[in-house]
Design a protein around this ligand. Structure first.
Ligand SMILES: [Fe+2]
Length: 277
């Protein structure tokens, strides 16, 4: 486990973004999306895109296969203090716990996640969706060497590869919709590439459910069972090993293992990096 870094909690305050509210229909869906092309209503041709005057209808979203990464709509209403503070309070509490103990105290972290009741007004600004991907990786906040907190937006009907967790702890909370998890035993070196993975469980997690995963529990695949609705989940990784050195994905049919490095985040702190082409 990574050693505690002194002074990091103070520095972290600047890393936790403040909250914004979104228009009501976006709040209900909790997801924002834009196109960088003229397909996007009201989009400009510049790389700095203008906010839409209306939420992106899901039906249009699905039809625009040329969509790339997304950008958030600008807030047009003032959040109430309660709504604005709840998710930020969770982020601060997780950060405080992780930066003031020599190793992650999993019961505390799990309790903090369970105590938070998901409300899309709290996290919509982070919920970028790219329909061309299985899931969109949005970094909410991080302390290098200690943890990273990702908000994943799951495209309808899509799933992750079967993967390990790079010798890290993973706590997941469902923020919207539900997610299916299939777990598998890690194949022995002699089994890799020679036999089908052994499934050990198949569970569905509903909204606000908190789960834990680590290599000691095997491998898993996460997927969105809905064919029409996006699902959203919050993932706390400590230490953030996969972001640094990658992880392994596995073929279910053969048990073959492959190392993969993770690409850059699709958004950071609610902001989508401008792509230079
Ligand atoms: Fe995972």
């Amino acid at each position: 486990m990574a050693p505690l870094k002194t002074g990091i909690a103070r520095a972290l305050r600047s890393k936790i973004p403040t909250q914004h509210s979104l228009v009501r229909s976006e709040i209900q869906r909790g997801i924002t999306a834009t196109s960088k092309t003229a397909n996007w209503p009201n989009a400009s041709n510049s790389t700095t895109r203008s906010p839409s005057s209306a939420p992106f209808p899901l039906s249009e979203f699905q039809h625009h296969t040329s969509l790339e990464v997304t950008t958030p709509l600008q807030p047009r209403t003032t959040p109430t203090p309660t709504n604005a503070s709840t998710f930020t309070t969770l982020l601060n509490s997780l950060t405080h716990s992780l930066t003031t103990t020599p190793s992650p105290h999993l019961p505390t972290l799990s309790a903090l996640l369970r105590a938070y009741s998901s409300n899309a007004t709290h996290w919509s600004q982070f919920a970028h969706a790219n329909p061309e991907k299985q899931y969109t990786r949005n970094l909410v906040c991080e302390v290098p060497g200690i943890f990273n907190l990702l908000l994943l937006v799951w495209t309808p009907g899509k799933a992750s590869p079967i993967h390990d967790h790079a010798d890290a702890h993973c706590l997941m909370k469902v923020l919207k919709g539900s997610l299916l998890e299939r777990r598998f035993a890690i194949p022995s070196p002699s089994e890799e590439g020679k036999r089908k993975l052994t499934k050990t469980s198949h569970l569905e997690f509903g909204m606000n459910k908190v789960t834990y995963m680590a290599d000691s529990l095997g491998l898993h695949e996460i997927g969105n069972p809905s064919q029409t609705e996006y699902a959203v989940s919050l993932h706390l990784y400590t230490p953030p090993n996969a972001a640094v050195r990658g992880c392994h994905v596995f073929e279910e049919g053969s048990g073959e293992r492959r190392h993969v490095v993770q690409g850059r985040y699709d958004s950071v702190g609610g902001v989508v990096p401008v792509r230079m082409e």
